[in-house]
Write a protein that binds this ligand. Sequence first.
Ligand code: FEO
Length: 395
Amino acid sequence: MKKAVKANVHWVGKIDWDLRRFHGYEYTTHNGSTYNSYLIQEEKTVLIDTVWAPFDEEFVENLASEIDLDTIDYIIANHGEVDHSGALPALMKRIPHKPVYCTANAVKSLKGQYHADWDFHVVKTGDRLDIGNGKELIFVEMPMLHWPDSMATYLTVDNILFSNDAFGQHLANNELFNDKVDQCDLMFEAMKYYANILTPFSQILRKKLEEVVALGLPIDIIATSHGVIWRDNPMQIVEKYAAWANDYQENQITVVYDTMWNGTRTLAEQIAEGIRSADPDVAVKVFNISKSDENDVITEVFKSKTVVVGSPTINRSILHSMAGFIHLMKELKFKNKKAAAFGCYGWSGEAVGIMNEMMKDAGFTVIDQAFKINWNPDEDARRRAFKFGAEVAKA
Ligand code: FEO
């Protein structure tokens, strides 16, 4: 069922309450998600984006129950990823000759995925499309936010920015707008989305935000492709993105570890106590990564000024859970964060040195060379772990 956004703009997407993993199994979605598609009915009828492929027939049938599909004049594909373009093949089967407006890179991604030769119309930043009643669409390329093919579409007069993935959240809700949902859920999911998907592109994002502001387009509504639409103070999320894109951190230190026989766990807890004792204002969080949600811990890393990683030595190396998590942090290209490493060992004790090197390679500034304890921590080792935590807090 379509839902009113503003004037002659309606939401015609899909709420996916069931979704618990996104991008394959890469990203956890505790609150589900939505795939937002928008219908604009002026003198010309425009469809912006579609939904994820499993819902393609449902989407097309719903749309056909709202309008005669033949009345669609323009299809806008802001981004080729399958969660937004997935219903295009089913739709284009019904209306094969309708023009598809997208970036040059989106022609590549759509052809690459669907091997279809639709009537593509390539657009660039600043290109305009007249849709009648004095309204136009203006296109803004958003390369690497987060695919090379991404763009946003702006609707004049109604002042709506259809931003696609940017400013989105994986948050299923029957409510359409940001002022109608739980604000903690909303901001948690918005930050998690940024931390896990957009962090590597922060530098590009900073420039793009400046470019969009320089266009001088009034923005009353930001209609994203996931989650709720920003209508109440829509610039609040733009301001958040500006802060998040600027090597964001809070006064937080996060300890991430894995353990075999609880020795490294004991150190983790003592280190956290030591941090707290040295700086009562710092937020300290501790996660056993093999028992935690990696995407949620990435969000905590995003908020942190320092990340302390721990693993016992195994096979002259580290536990694969920690190796995988450090790899994930490296992929996300965090900037301006410090790191320290710790762990227990029985025989050779390579883990701490390996993690220090891995954290350096991941772009962190390592603040201590080695804190390792032979065998199970005794009282003295616990005291040293506490002291190590205090030193990390002061570093
Ligand atoms: Fe929501 Fe990049 O797709």
